[in-house]
Design a protein around this ligand. Structure first.
Ligand code: UT7
Length: 323
């Protein structure tokens, strides 16, 4: 006889209670980079939109940055570490594949015995993590989750390759997600195109990142708008209801192209954190949102559209209600 197993009943919805970030101390300007490789401030600002980025030092590991960002998110949300039961670290730049970083992050935060795992969906990682946390809460596996996007991309970037060294930076962002009656995280629209898996890759453990920037640029500016519209539809909102747009910070021209294609309202608050943070992969969305909240550009209750995309190729987008 095939047994019928019982399922756990979860909360009707999940929502974000607070964000936190960690930005490494060292600021690296375009001028500094142009002393090493053949580039200049004007090219970088015009083609990518970056003025400066942060490089992590030896005492700023992916775990260190995750712990700092998550500690701030916990303080902002008012949730105690002991009440967190799930820790997800989205990263594509762990120093080694084993062990995963999430258990150590949980331990250092004083979270005992949490479900803890790493997730690699590259620059879409934070949105994948948020969706996983929300689904875990809706299915009853979790009550309070920490979702962290953290990267030390400089470990995997050839600082003599002007095609990549100008773009990438380091940092971490985090969100505390909790069970709620009224959903504050809409259904995710996620997907991938593995045919383009070589567009951004690290060949082996002794290699640096290689990127076909033009191919990724074309894909991001032509293929993702439909997914953003579907994320809105699934959340039951119209694109005209969106108050805040936070796409992955890959290139300011990609951000501006998406704003035009999506026909967002003129008064929408758009994340442009890339100008001072560079491209921080899975950290870019929570880094940007934390800064926008702290500057007062985003208010409690605002409706925000998040859209992550990158290596894989992977993408994921969802609508959230801002804490
Ligand atoms: O987060 C993961 C997802 N990643 C992305 O979404 C990245 C998307 N792609 C991009 O952001 C852009 O493609 C880049 C910023 C990476 C490159 O900008 P581009 O406008 O696509 O430049 P390109 O690669 O087409 O290169 C144009 C020219 C080339 O010279 P030639 O062949 O035309 O003589 C490059 O050698 O610009 C040259 N170039 C540079 N010149 C000065 C490339 N990098 C640099 C540089 N400084 N740093």
């Amino acid at each position: 006889m095939t047994r019928r197993l019982s399922a756990r009943a979860g909360a009707p919805g999940a929502r974000i209670l607070g964000f936190g970030d960690y930005r490494p101390r060292r600021i690296v300007t375009n001028e500094e980079i142009s002393q090493r490789v053949d580039t200049d401030d004007e090219w970088i600002r015009t083609r990518v939109g970056i003025a400066e980025r942060r490089f992590a030092g030896d005492d700023e590991s992916v775990v260190d940055m995750s712990v700092a960002a998550a500690g701030k998110a916990l303080a902002t949300s008012g949730v105690l570490a002991q009440d967190i039961d799930t820790v997800i670290v989205a990263t594509c730049t762990p120093p080694a594949p084993i062990p995963g970083l999430a258990p150590e992050v949980a331990h250092r935060l004083g979270i005992a015995s949490a479900g803890a795992f790493d997730l690699n969906a590259a620059c879409a990682g934070f949105c994948y993590g948020l969706a996983s946390a929300a689904d875990a809460i809706r299915s009853g596996s979790s009550q309070n989750a920490l979702v962290i996007g953290a990267e030390k991309l400089t470990d995997w970037t050839d600082q003599d390759d002007r095609g990549t060294c100008i773009i990438f930076g380091d940092g971490a962002g985090a969100a505390v997600v909790t069970a709620t009656d009224s959903p504050g995280i809409g259904p995710v629209v996620w997907g991938s195109d593995g045919e383009k898996s070589r567009a951004i890759s690290v060949a082996d453990r002794s290699s640096f990142m290689e990127m076909d920037g033009r191919a990724v640029y074309r894909w991001a500016t032509t293929q993702l708008a439909d997914s953003a519209h579907r994320a809105c539809k699934l959340a039951g909102v119209d694109i005209s209801d969106i108050d805040v747009f936070v796409p992955h910070q890959a290139n300011l021209r990609i951000v501006d192209s998406m704003v035009r294609t999506l026909k967002l309202r003129d008064d929408v608050a758009v994340a442009r954190d890339i100008v001072t943070s560079g491209n921080t992969s899975s950290a870019s969305i929570p880094l940007a949102l934390t800064a926008m909240i702290e500057r007062g550009e985003v208010k409690t209750g605002d409706t925000a559209l998040l859209l992550g995309f990158g290596a894989g190729l992977t993408f994921a987008g969802q609508v959230i209600i801002c804490p």
